[in-house]
Design a protein around this ligand. Structure first.
Ligand code: C2O
Ligand code: CU
Length: 458
């Protein structure tokens, strides 16, 4: 077992043969049931380790892969068999506000033994995911997440469509979840809960069988609380989408994924096995998953040339600017902030309320609004990350363009953007979806410690 400092440098346990089977909705109209409950799972192979107590949807981590088609309606009965409140958020979906699943904002939390029907249309294709949106820093860390894939008729034909959900766990020496560190004020004011054990689809270094010379779509999802992953695919690979949204097709073997971000690759396999590695955190690349080449069992698809997507051009004019200065955290410049209507020193905020971060000098609760916007307006959130930490900022219900400090735009749209320390960038979106939308850091401890606010659109 690795120490916390040695994350991603640990020697590997024996590879498992663990292609996670995808549970697909046979009929999109039939409601599916997702039940949150406690179960156990072996995270670290080997006799000297124990099963971990995890919280899971339908007893599996990740939860079942939901795979539907653009235009389908997703209908899910959520049953909460935990002994605390919970909810499900559909990350990246431009959802109906009442179905967005933010406990305490768009719905009351679903109480123990309670249930809630989520039902909404899937208007965008791409790689999304679902996760608990109640006490996320604990519930997501314990395993309450799963993939949500929306297919489109125009998707490139592939032989294998694989989802890799990547997570890091902070484990005790016996391979169980380190419970004592939940809620650590140190983590909340620094980089969040960073794990010491890497899993892909809940397994340690899974091996997934793929056909020789096949074409693969690889959908990578970062489900970690706070860890930024760098992922390398040593093959002829094309990046085609980020956060579910198409990007100009480009040959690329590397991608950086902040918490909640996704990337889609098309890979043309040869006849050798591929090891997908994590490259950002350790001294050496750390093997994350193996694609093992086997003889094809059916004819392979024709590898059509990938066509460039038509990207929506960013707007030329902005109706509303929302200046947002992110402050606080360890080694930060925040000496006091407003919380519950009162200006309080940072020491009191941290020790009494476990708050460490602020937007524009204020620590928000769900009911505090960053801005009220009229429907249809073009909005620019002018973010300045005036902290010593990276932050993965996520806007619910919308996809945004990213405008760099020099005025240029990144290609495509996203739902989560990683701000480097000190970075200034504008998140530009058309406020076309009414409701109360959360805007928060997806480093889940940062959110819990103050990095969240609500944009109201009506
Ligand atoms: Cu992945 Cu507030 O969400
Ligand atoms: Cu953050």
């Amino acid at each position: 077992m690795t120490s916390r400092r040695n994350f991603l440098k640990a020697c590997l346990a024996t590879p498992l043969l663990a292609a996670t089977p995808a549970l697909t909705l046979a009929n999109a109209r039939e409601p599916l049931t997702l039940t949150a409950s406690k179960t156990t799972k072996r995270l670290v192979p080997g006799n000297e380790y124990n099963d971990a107590s995890v919280w899971a949807f339908n007893q599996t981590v990740p939860g079942p892969e939901l795979r539907l088609k653009k235009g389908d309606t997703l209908s899910v009965d959520f049953l909460n068999q935990l002994d605390e409140g919970s909810s499900i958020h559909w990350h990246g979906i431009r959802n109906i506000n009442a179905m967005d699943g933010v406990a305490g904002l768009t719905q009351p939390e679903v109480i123990p033994n309670g249930q809630f029907r989520y039902e909404f249309p899937l208007n965008d294709s791409g790689t999304y995911w679902y996760h608990s949106h109640a006490k996320t820093w604990s519930q997501v860390a314990r395993g309450l997440y799963g993939p949500l894939i929306v297919e489109d008729e125009s998707d490139p034909a592939v032989d294998h469509d694989l989802v890799l959900m990547i997570d890091d766990w902070f484990l005790a020496n016996d391979g169980t979840i380190d419970e004592a560190s939940f809620g650590s004020l140190h983590d909340w004011a620094h980089g969040g809960r960073l794990g010491n054990w890497l899993t892909v689809n809940g397994e340690s270094l899974p091996t997934i069988e793929v056909a020789r010379n096949s074409r693969i779509r690889l959908r990578l999802i970062n489900a970690a609380n706070a860890r930024i992953f760098g992922l390398n695919v040593p093959a002829s690979a094309f990046l085609i989408a980020e956060d579910g949204y198409p990007v100009p097709v480009q040959q690329s073997q590397d991608v950086i994924l902040a918490p909640a971000q996704r990337a889609d690759f098309i890979i043309d396999l040869g006849d050798t096995d591929l090891t997908i590695a994590e490259t950002l955190n350790g001294e050496k690349p750390y093997p994350a998953a193996i694609l093992k080449v086997v003889e094809p069992s059916k004819p392979l698809v024709t590898k059509a040339t990938l066509t460039q997507p038509l990207l929506e051009a960013p707007p030329k004019a902005i109706d509303v600017s929302i200046p947002l200065r992110m402050q606080g955290g360890a080694m930060g410049n925040l000496s006091e902030a407003t919380y519950k209507g009162q200006l309080r020193p940072i020491r009191e905020l941290a020790q009494t309320y476990k708050k460490a971060w602020a937007f524009n000098g204020a620590i928000a609760e769900h009911h505090d609004h960053l801005a009220k916007i009229s429907i249809g307006q073009t909005v620019s959130i002018e973010v300045w990350n005036d902290t010593r930490w990276n932050h993965a900022m996520h806007l619910h219900g919308h996809h945004f363009w990213i405008q760099k400090e020099d005025g240029s735009f990144l290609d495509g749209k996203r739902d989560t953007y990683l701000f480097q320390r000190g970075e200034k960038a504008n998140l530009v979106f058309v406020a076309d979806n009414p409701g109360l939308w959360l805007f928060h850091c997806h480093m889940l401890e940062h959110h819990a410690a103050g990095m969240g606010a609500v944009i109201e659109i009506s």
